[in-house]
Design a protein around this ligand. Sequence first.
Ligand code: SF4
Length: 334
Amino acid sequence: MRCGVCPRLCVIAEGKLGTCKTRTNVGGKCYTLIYDEVVSVAADPIEKKPLFHFYPGTTVLSIGTLGCNMRCLHCQNWQIAHADAVDDGEQMRKLPAANLPRIAIQNDCAGVAWTYNEPTIWLEYALEGAKACHDNDLYTVFVTNGYITPEALDIIAPHLDAYRVDIKGFRPETYKFLAKVPDVEPIFAAATRAKNVHGCHVEIVTNVIPTVNDDEDTLRSIAAWIARDLGVKTPWHVTRFFPYLELSHISPTPIETLERAIAIGREEGLKFIYIGNVPGHEGENTVCPNCKRVVIRRDGYSLGKIDVREGYCAFCGEDLNIIQSGKNTAKADG
Ligand code: SF4
């Protein structure tokens, strides 16, 4: 049996698991072991995903489970992402997809995010949950590594409002080293397809790691790809790396490196580049690219006054590619 959910296209023998450790072969059919099994649930600021141009200031019900189709050397959530749905299954608790809207609304959340571990491998549950959210006027978010087949993307993306994808490098060697992924092209293709075919709001995150992906060529290539394939108003978050797990020997990213990434992004035409994991840095603010006024001031996850009206600059009327209540409501399914 071959699984077609992500580009690994695992061939799984009877009773064995795929690379993500969550899908198995029973009688020649692919079964998920994590369908409505949840490990982490929290109400988070949408800025924590990070999504800066998507319903700013709202709270999102964030859920995650076990497993991942990558094996990142510095995974922040390795306890769940590197876990096995069979051996570590006692961590999981049943949470029916139909209950997600009620829990979100009870916790003052405007939507639901599949996050913490890789949502692609949770496809069937995410699909049911996203449909239930849209039936209740809640938005839906994928926080993803982007390693998904076009066929699987075409199943879930019509039910997603935001697609927040990590771009960890530009060269295949970087992804092989960092994430144990054999190819990168499907990641770029899926992000482009999510935006241009399915109309998802897309934001990109690059965790800039010294000596791994902080070279000029990598940063410029990522920025140029965003500008060309996703549009110059697509937010790009360049976040600070801190030593962790198998990359504990690498120093934190110097602030100057992140500021250089911003300069490179601007040279490639990007209008919204943000510094992440540096609370209080002015690179957290949203500045109108036309009138240069600060329209959203941030300090970590705290927001100041939002001078954006239905997605446009309150001072000069520039379109900021910001989705707010009133301009764009959650996608209608169907
Ligand atoms: S989703 Fe899991 S089982 Fe399916 S191809 Fe990807 S890693 Fe393999």
